[in-house]
Design a binder for this molecule. Structure first.
Ligand SMILES: Cc1ncc(C[n+]2csc(CCOP(=O)(O)OP(=O)(O)O)c2C)c(N)n1
Length: 646
């Protein structure tokens, strides 16, 4: 039992190389057991067990700085850096994060969650080190998927120019979430093919021997490793031309080879890339067989790999008011994917674009049916947007399915390439709102402020699955830019008698009338608003509830009508209050000379919301039905008192 005795990397350094292999087994068991209970990024972590051990064995963290790209593969690092006792709290509310965080540990040199940042951050750290006359090593660990992001190349470009001492470990498992795509990925694959290897074998040996100090040794290790690894090769000019020394590919599961290599390359100056080949999901049968399925998982049964279904907060918990009907086996992403596929059957111009998130965004069924009409552009959201703009100039109808948190990467492209030219690109913005255990790097709370200020864009949010499908159809017929934001949630349909589902541009729907105040709820907040209003009705308070449907253009008639009738408006959104939907309503009231209307804006305040169960986070932000009920009751009574006093 080695793992339990490791409180810091210093303890790791006491072990022999042979003992490190046993430790690797123990770590795999710990990671599998914990993700089975807590969910998390299983396959990526199983792939970097030996790599992480070897890094901590040879380098001297936290003095030396490790920067994990995306950071979803940092569980092994956390286990080795003083967080073993807290590991059971992984991704739990109040527990350790599923990503590196400067505020969590001195061993986390840079916080991550989004892809392709590691090289830029590492370069900044290396530059600061040199300016401040400090001495330490900087190591960025980036996957082949993350290398498909443009930011990674901007970092490489600048690093090659500055010629800083820094090490980039390219963790190549030929997978992004699904198999990696793109020319760089093919290039890396070619490096791994034996034909290529054979062709360059001779030159490689000579090349490696020419690397000062380490050449001979590395060449020796390479040749020794050749049988299992395909050995070392000279991989052509790409990285070298960018100003990096390249070493690899090396077997990322051979601890001896990894530690020897790291020991030697510590002495090399200038930017260096070490190409390490790993197997995603290694050491657990189910994730080896299905690394994509086990990339990010909810809790599962360890013995069978079968996921454990947890009833989400939108399960049929309200049989009394019968407000919602669950759609069988479906998520909002699933509804989107199926609706798009069905619309695409009758319109060959409809095309889907994803930045390496085909499965997560529900596009698998579209891909099956229309393989020629879907584009996985790699982890490259900015490119996805401008590429789609190009498609749209020629009459195609691109739909970009992207998580809210990742569209942040492409705001300028939305402004400059799509909206300024008024091109008909549809943004299907999934995971809008609080996402839960992935935490602040992944919450989708900024899309409304970021997008609604852009001229020409239409922005909507559906209250349920049927509205999402109807909004998608409308969006594809608008002939101008349009965004639809919807949450990470099970799909359901609101079950109100007489509820009209036709979606017309700029029109919301009054779901329940009342004269004491009016709630104008957006998207995911419509159902809790309705429930809150029904609870208040039992107390004798009559609060109207409207489904806003549109963030832009607002349904001015509906909103101003309710404001005039009740004098009290409550807006509710699962996004940032600053610049959000409620702000848009305030702007409308101001424009209309109705500043005397009392307005309460519910949403997410000026803070980063931590990780935890989605329902709990919603409650903390005052966005569950109970909190809404209390806030509305207080607001109505306070505004009544003020009015009376006035
Ligand atoms: C900007 C951005 N877009 C999308 C994602 C979602 N995402 C998380 S991990 C991942 C794949 C990363 O692949 P790779 O870097 O090869 O790491 P691996 O999991 O294969 O080890 C993606 C697309 C993200 N984190 N950031």
């Amino acid at each position: 039992m080695y793992l339990e005795n490791i409180e810091s990397p210093a303890d790791l350094k006491k072990l022999t190389i042979e003992q490190l292999s046993c430790l690797a087994d123990e770590i795999r068991t710990a990671v599998i057991e914990r993700t089975a209970l807590n969910g998390g990024h299983l396959a990526s972590n199983l792939g970097v067990v030996e790599l992480t051990i070897a890094l901590h064995y040879i380098f001297d963290s936290p003095h030396d700085k490790f920067i994990w790209d995306v950071g979803h593969q940092s569980y092994v690092h956390k286990l080795l850096t003083g967080r073993q006792k807290l590991f059971h709290t992984l991704r739990k509310h109040g527990g350790i994060s599923g990503f590196p965080k400067i505020s969590e540990s001195a061993y986390d040199a840079f916080g991550t969650g989004h892809s392709s940042t590691s090289i830029s951050a590492a370069l900044g750290i290396a530059e600061a080190r040199d300016r401040l006359n400090e001495k330490f090593k900087v190591v960025a660990v980036i996957g082949d998927g993350a290398l498909s992001g443009g930011l990674a190349f901007e970092g490489l470009n600048h690093a090659g120019h500055l010629k800083k001492d820094m090490i980039v470990i390219l963790n190549d498992n030929e997978m992004s979430i699904s198999p990696n795509v793109g020319a760089v990925s093919s290039y890396l694959s070619k490096i791994l093919t034996s034909d290529f290897y054979k062709k360059f074998k001779k030159e490689t040996k000579a090349f490696l021997e020419n690397i000062p100090r380490i050449g001979e040794l590395v060449a020796r290790i390479a040749l020794k490793a050749e049988g299992s690894l395909k050995g070392f090769i000279l991989p052509g000019a790409l990285f070298e031309d960018l100003g990096f020394n390249y070493i690899g590919p090396i077997d990322g599961h051979d601890i001896m080879l990894l530690t020897e290599t790291f020991k030697r390359i510590k002495e090399i100056s200038g930017p260096l890339i070490i190409h390490v080949v790993t197997q995603k999901g290694r050491g657990y049968k189910f994730s080896e067989d299905d690394p994509c399925g086990f990339h990010g998982v909810g809790p599962f049964v360890k013995e069978t790999g079968v996921s454990i279904k947890i009833e989400s907060s939108c399960a049929l918990d309200d049989t009394k008011s019968r407000l919602q009907k669950l759609r069988p086996c479906s998520s909002m992403s699933g509804v989107f994917g199926r609706a798009l596929t069905s619309l695409a059957e009758n319109d060959s111009r409809i095309s889907a674009v994803t930045a390496a998130m085909k499965e997560g965004t529900g596009l698998s069924c579209f891909a099956e049916k229309f393989p020629q009409r879907i584009y996985d552009v790699g982890i490259a959201e900015g490119h996805a947007v401008t590429f789609s703009a190009g498609l749209a100039t020629r009459g195609l109808k691109p739909v970009i399915a992207v998580y809210s948190t990742f569209i942040q990467r492409a705001v300028d492209e939305v402004v400059h390439d799509v909206c300024l030219q008024n091109l008909p690109v549809v943004f299907a913005i999934d995971r809008a709102g609080l996402v839960g255990e992935d935490g602040p790097t992944h919450h989708g709370v900024f899309d409304i402020p970021l997008l609604r200020s852009i001229p020409n864009i239409t922005m909507m949010s559906p209250a349920d699955g049927s509205e999402l499908a109807a909004m998608l159809e409308l969006a594809l017929n608008l002939n101008s830019p349009c965004a639809i934001r919807y949450p990470r949630a099970k799909a359901f349909d609101i079950d109100l008698p007489g509820f009209k589902r036709e979606i017309a541009l700029g029109k919301g729907a009054l779901l329940s009338d009342g004269s004491d105040a009016a709630i104008i709820a957006l998207g995911n907040m419509v159902l809790p608003a309705l429930k809150a209003a029904f609870m208040l009705r039992e107390e004798g308070l009559h609060v109207a509830v409207a489904d806003a449907r549109f963030i832009k253009p607002l349904d001015e008639e509906l909103i101003l009508g309710l404001a005039t009738r009740t004098g009290k408006i409550i807006t509710i959104e699962d996004g940032s209050i600053a610049g959000g939907f409620g702000s848009a309503v305030l702007e409308l009231l101001n424009k209309s000379g109705m500043e005397n209307v009392s307005v309460k804006i519910l949403g997410i305040g000026d803070e980063f919301v931590e990780h935890g169960p989605q329902a709990l986070l919603m409650q903390q932000c005052g966005l569950d039905e109970g909190s809404i009920c209390n806030t509305v009751r207080d607001f109505v009574s306070k505004t009544a008192t003020v009015k009376k006093a006035g």
